[in-house]
Design a protein around this ligand. Structure first.
Ligand SMILES: [Zn+2]
Ligand SMILES: [Zn+2]
Length: 243
């Protein structure tokens, strides 16, 4: 009897999915054309607009670093590794994190991240992979940290340890867009991060991971906390950077 009920429920759910697909055919989130696999977030044409980079970038001026040699802005706190630019199709995909469609977002990003790691020659298997943390209250609201999902892909590809517990968000910061003058923005972020007591990054390389790099203020603040705990080399890794 129980098994029959289970089967009935399962079939009913399957029927509902089918009905939803007929009523709302899966469409590209960016251009609304239908997607080939049904589960894909972007259609093939939109996927082709995403260019995967081949180098690292200067964290200050975002210039390409040919051959990954540090040439400009020597005072930059880290090297920037960015999979692609924050162009329209990528922007639409990142936006989907807000609607908790993280499995489909990551199915778009994961292969791009892996291609980029191969192309830019980043093979630091001994680096610690640290995602930019969300404040615990924001994590509770959202249910997941997109930086942690991206960091998981990076760690897996490099065979490097994923260590989210090594960086804490100690202050809730406001959305930067809500603050108008630059000083308020800088103060909003200053010292928002800390490293747990007793943790030392002496002679360690760290790959700090976030979704998007715009002004770099968040990464800079996090990097400051890591350096204070002895970190030697920091690479800021993001899926997308603004121009
Ligand atoms: Zn499309
Ligand atoms: Zn520069």
């Amino acid at each position: 009897m129980r098994d029959r009920i289970k089967t009935l429920v399962r079939n009913a759910l399957r029927g509902k999915e089918l009905l939803l697909d007929i009523l709302f055919p899966p469409a590209c989130l960016h251009c609304a054309r239908s997607t080939p696999s049904g589960t894909a977030l972007l259609c093939d044409a939109c996927m082709r607009t995403i260019t995967v980079h081949t180098t690292f970038f200067c964290a200050e001026c975002k210039a390409r670093l040919p051959e990954n040699i540090k040439t400009c802005h020597k005072a930059a706190p880290f090297i920037l590794a960015a999979v692609t630019n924050y162009d329209e199709a990528v922007k639409s995909s990142v936006h989907q994190f807000k609607y908790r469609r993280w499995t489909s977002v990551m199915s778009v990003f994961a292969p791009l991240i892996e291609t980029y790691l191969d192309r830019c020659g980043l093979h630091e298997s001994d680096a610690l992979i640290v995602p930019i943390p969300l404040h615990p209250s924001r994590l509770r609201d959202r249910g997941f940290n997109q930086a942690a999902l991206i960091a998981r892909v990076v760690a897996h590809k490099l065979g490097a340890p994923l260590r989210p517990e090594l960086l804490k968000r100690v202050r809730q910061t406001h959305a930067q867009a809500e603050l108008t003058d630059w000083q308020a923005r800088a103060e909003n972020l200053a010292n928002a991060f800390s490293v747990p007591d007793g943790v030392s990054f002496e002679n360690k390389s760290i790959i700090l991971v976030d979704d998007v790099y715009t002004s770099g203020a968040t990464m800079r603040d996090a990097a400051r906390a890591l350096r204070a705990a002895g970190a030697r080399k920091i690479i800021a890794f993001v899926v997308a950077k603004t121009g």
